[in-house]
Design a protein around this ligand. Sequence first.
Ligand code: FA5
Ligand code: MG
Length: 417
Amino acid sequence: RSCRGYSLHGPPSQLEILGNRYQTDEITNITPSILSKLPLRLHSRPKHPLHTLRTLIEAHFPTFSHHSSLSPLVSPYKNFDELSFPKDHPGRAVTDSYYVNKDLMLRTHTSAHEVEVFRRGDDKWLLTADVYRRDEIDGSHYPVFHQMEGARIFPATPNGMREVEEDNAWLRSQLAQTNIVIEDVPHVAPTNPAQPTHDPAHSALVAENLKLSLNGMLLALFGGSSPLRVRWIEAYFPFTSPSFEVEVFYRGKWLEILGSGVVRQATLDTANVPNKIGWAFGLGLERIAMILYSIPDIRLFWSEDERFLSQFKENKISTFKPYSKYPACSKDVSFWLPQGSSLHDNDFCDLVRDVAGDIVEDVKKIDAFVHPKTNRSSACYRINYRSMDRSLSNEEVNEIQGQVVSRLREQFGVEIR
Ligand code: FA5
Ligand code: MG
C-alpha cells in the first residue's frame, strides 16, 4: 500500500487515461502529476528541441519508416517478457516503474514496441515516444523522458547477407572522407557473444552494419570542425546479443548516448519473422538535446515559458541562452517511519513531484538510520525548490512544504521529528 501516490485510502477505483477508464488495484502507483504528462507529446510539438532532434535523426535514415503515435500504456508482458527480461528483473518493481494495475503499465523504454513493429512486416524503422521511469530528482532526471528506437532486419539468407555486405561497403565509403575517430570493440567476442542460433560471421556483419549506420548518424548530429570521437563499449541487454553502448566525447567529457545490439532471435520469432536477423538501438533524446542545445536543466523541456519556447526554430539546432536563474530555497524534512515500514526514495520523490510539480529542482536524502532500541527507521530529506520562470515567495514554499509534510503523514503514517 505504501507505494501508492495517493492517500491512505488509495487511488480512485478507476482512472481515466487518454480517454479510457481503467480499474486500479493494489499496485497502482501512477500519480496525477504523471498522468498530466501523457497527452503532451513534446516530441510532436513543432520547433520543440525534442521534435527537431527527432526530425534530424529521421532525416538521416530516409528509407526507414517513422512511428511516433503509439500509446504509452503497455502490458508488462510487452515491456519485459517479450524482450526476454527475467522474471526477477529490478525494472519490473513497483518502486521503479509506473503501474495502472498489474496488467497495465507505462512503457519504460521504446523497445516495448519492437515486437509489434516487426510483426507488421516493417524491416527498417524509427520510433519516437515518451517513456516513464520512477527515479531520483535532479537536473538530469525526470520521470518522463523521450526515447527513439531504431531497427533494421535482413533476410537470414546468403542474399540477405550480401545485402548487408554491400550496405557496409557503401557506409564505409561514406565515412571514409569524414572527420570521425572511432574506438571500436570486436563485432562479436567471447564476452559479447553471437547468439547460438546465429552464424558468428552473419552476426558480425550485422553488428558492423549497426556501427556504421550509427557512426554516420552521430557524425551528422555532433560533427563539427574538430574530429568527432566515438567509442563503442561492450554492454548487456536481455534482448540483444552482442550488445553495445556508444559514447561521444563532447566538450571534454565522454557522454553515454545509446544502447544497441543484434536483436535476440526470440524477439523476432515472437514477431513472426523468424527468418530475419538484424539490429536495434535506443537513445535518449533529452540527453542529446541538453548537450547540443546547452539546455542546463531537464525540467526546461516541459516549460511553457515563451522565453524558452521562442528560442527554437524548426529543423535547426541553436544554443539556448538561459534567462535569469531565480533564487533557490531549500527545506528539510525529518521523520520516523511506523515500526516495520520502509519508504523507497522513489516514493518520496513521486510524492514531492506530485505536490510541488516542476518547482522542485532536486531531492537528496541527507540522513537515514534505524533506532537500535525501537527498531524504527528515521530519514531526513532535503528538498531544493526553484522555479525556472519566476521568484518563489517564502510563504509559497512554506505552503508547499506543509503539503509535503501532511501527505507524508497521511500516506505513509510518518511521525515528523
Ligand atoms: C534502454 O532503454 C534500451 N531499451 C536501449 C536499447 C534498445 C538497447 C535497443 C538495445 C537495443 P537504457 O536504459 O540504457 O537502455 O536507456 C537507453 C538510453 O536512454 C540511454 O543511453 C540514455 O541516453 C537514455 N536514458 C536512460 N535513462 C535516462 C534518464 N533517466 N533520463 C534521460 N535519459 C535516459
Ligand atoms: Mg544504460
